[in-house]
Design a protein around this ligand. Structure first.
Ligand SMILES: O=C(CO)[C@H](O)[C@H](O)COP(=O)(O)O
Ligand SMILES: [Co+2]
Length: 220
């Protein structure tokens, strides 16, 4: 599958979200980090902001829910118009039901794993998901250093996904820049979240082009 770039608005100016969404016309998605002070020690934004963003941009929203009760809230993000809703395996108590509800509401269903969570126990869930998100930092904050230790897991996840027909997208999130993106692409990731590397750059459009080119180079 072609490389996809999903800039994280966590690194954008929250007072100018509509402008910040418009600043990345060459992005495939807009990554929206929802944090609730419980699953992670940080608070960002929730449903009202996603609803407002939905009206402010045509870019599909890739909602990453770092919240304690995704079973309750994930379907609401799909109803709010998110194109993709990702729940954390560590937080979901009924992941199969929740993933099915997300899909039934017309969104892509994602399952996220923290860096220390092994991927193998989730092989049986692959039928229920459209995207696996492997965190390459501990969730909660932007601007952290990429965790190299996750790369072997990305490789194992790619093998797992391939065994199941290769339909499931493999996303990495955290510390993705022009250097780390190539290693992740080579290991098998195909959807790349980048916050600081895009919104911290003086030219976000150029930053996305460079990230995409670096990923393409790694797999060509
Ligand atoms: O989910 C996240 C943090 O929990 C963010 O999406 C991620 O950290 C992106 O920011 P950066 O590219 O600056 O690391
Ligand atoms: Co994220």
């Amino acid at each position: 599958m072609a490389v996809q770039i999903s800039p994280s608005i966590l690194a954008a100016d929250f007072a100018r979200l509509a402008d910040e969404a418009a600043a990345v016309p060459n992005a495939d998605w807009l990554h929206v980090d929802v944090m609730d002070y419980h699953f992670v020690p940080n608070l960002t934004l929730g449903l009202p902001v996603v609803e407002a963003l939905r009206k402010a941009t045509d870019k599909p929203l890739d909602c990453h829910l770092m919240i304690a009760d995704p079973d309750r809230w994930a379907p609401r993000y799909a109803e709010a118009g998110a194109g993709s809703v990702t729940i954390h395996a560590e937080a979901a108590k009924a992941p199969i039901r929740t993933l099915r509800e997300i899909r039934a509401l017309g969104a892509r269903a994602g399952l996220a794993l923290n860096p220390a969570t092994p991927v193998e126990p989730y092989e049986d869930l692959l039928e229920e998901v459209d995207m696996l998100l492997l965190m390459t930092v501990e969730p909660g904050f932007g601007g952290q250093k990429f965790l190299e230790m996750v790369l072997p897991k990305v490789r194992r996840a790619r093998e797992m996904v391939s065994r199941h027909g290769g339909r499931v997208w493999l996303q990495v999130d955290g510390g993705i820049d022009e250097d780390t993106i190539g290693r992740c692409a080579e290991a098998g990731a195909d959807v790349f979240v980048a916050g600081s590397a895009v919104y911290g750059a003086s030219d976000p459009v150029e930053a996305i082009d460079k990230l995409r080119a670096a990923a393409d180079r790694a797999i060509s």
